[in-house]
Design a protein around this ligand. Structure first.
Ligand code: ZN
Length: 297
């Protein structure tokens, strides 16, 4: 088997950037972390690190989103409608590709993590999965056949509107939709509803039932969209509150009500699972984005 191509990976997050020079998890040559500041400073700092790295055949970029992934669009490679100050409409991928003149893959950080979990993590060998991150925001990365499910743009299932639990009329925290799933179940939304930060919210607090209900409805939609062979859940809220997964599994099973009569889906304990790669998922996924840009996978 030939050696996988060497890729410079850039995980551009809302607060920090992880840079990696690697062929895969067993061949990491360099790693570097930088703070995410204003676009001009941050992108220049990333370029300065890559200027010092040698031998990479491609670049993979996984960015906080939303991003434009449509190569036919004038906006391709940009971060689009982010509320993060200064970053809306920032060109990332075209700028990096022009400077280094190698094939460049570009996608969301969520899809990058999804690719890594599908290849080396909690859905290893399956190829078709939904990766759900529940943290500051809620993102769903869809992967089929080991590649991102792309259309005009990427999935934004975190913003679907759940049916409300009877008696719950809280307005929600999404600036676009109020009580979409992100507006009800992201870390900031939990804190806005309860006045308690998600990591400190007791496991028996009634708000968790509402969070689990909203997430289970989103998973219901993801199951019926795909159908993913496994759902992998990561992000600070999901990882930091292990009581949440069993509640989501139970609510998902009740919501699907036996409609998807596949043993893989009905065995909730192996169908909805925690992420396996932790904070490495994003950086490792950028390596796959770069290798896919080369046509290597
Ligand atoms: Zn929303």
């Amino acid at each position: 088997m030939t050696e996988a191509p060497l890729v410079a990976g850039i995980e551009l997050g809302g607060t920090k950037c992880n840079l990696i020079l690697a062929r895969g998890p067993d061949a990491i040559l360099e790693e570097k972390r930088l703070p995410t500041e204003r676009p001009a400073e941050t992108l220049a700092a990333i370029e300065a690190v890559l200027d010092g790295w040698r031998g990479f055949a491609a670049i993979g970029i996984g960015s906080f989103g939303p991003v434009s992934i449509d190569r036919a669009s004038g906006d391709y490679g940009r971060i689009t409608s982010t509320p993060k100050p200064g970053w809306a409409n920032t060109d990332v991928a075209r700028r990096i590709a022009a400077r280094f003149d190698v094939p460049t893959g570009f996608h969301t950080d969520v899809v990058a993590a999804a690719l890594a979990e599908a290849r080396w993590g909690a859905a290893e060998g399956l190829g078709d999965l939904a990766y759900v991150t529940v943290g500051t925001g809620i993102g769903v990365g869809l992967v089929a056949g080991g590649r991102p499910v792309d259309g005009l743009t990427h999935s934004e299932l975190g913003h679907v509107r759940p049916r409300r639990v009877p008696g719950d009329d809280w307005v929600g925290a999404c600036p676009f939709h109020g009580a979409c799933v992100e507006g009800l179940a992201a870390g900031g939304s939990i804190a806005a509803r309860t006045g308690i930060a998600a990591p400190e919210l007791p496991a028996d607090h009634e708000a968790w039932l509402l969070v689990a209900d909203a997430l289970a409805q989103m998973l219901h939609a993801a199951v019926l969209t795909g159908i993913p062979r496994r759902i992998v859940m990561g992000g600070g809220v999901a990882v930091g509150n292990p009581h949440l997964l069993p509640r989501i599994r139970e609510a998902l099973k009740a919501s699907l009500n036996g409609y998807v009569a596949l043993p893989e889906v009905e065995d909730a304990d192996t169908y909805v699972v925690p992420a396996a790669l932790g904070n490495n998922a994003g950086p490792l996924g950028t390596i796959l984005l770069g290798q896919q840009a080369l046509g290597a996978h």
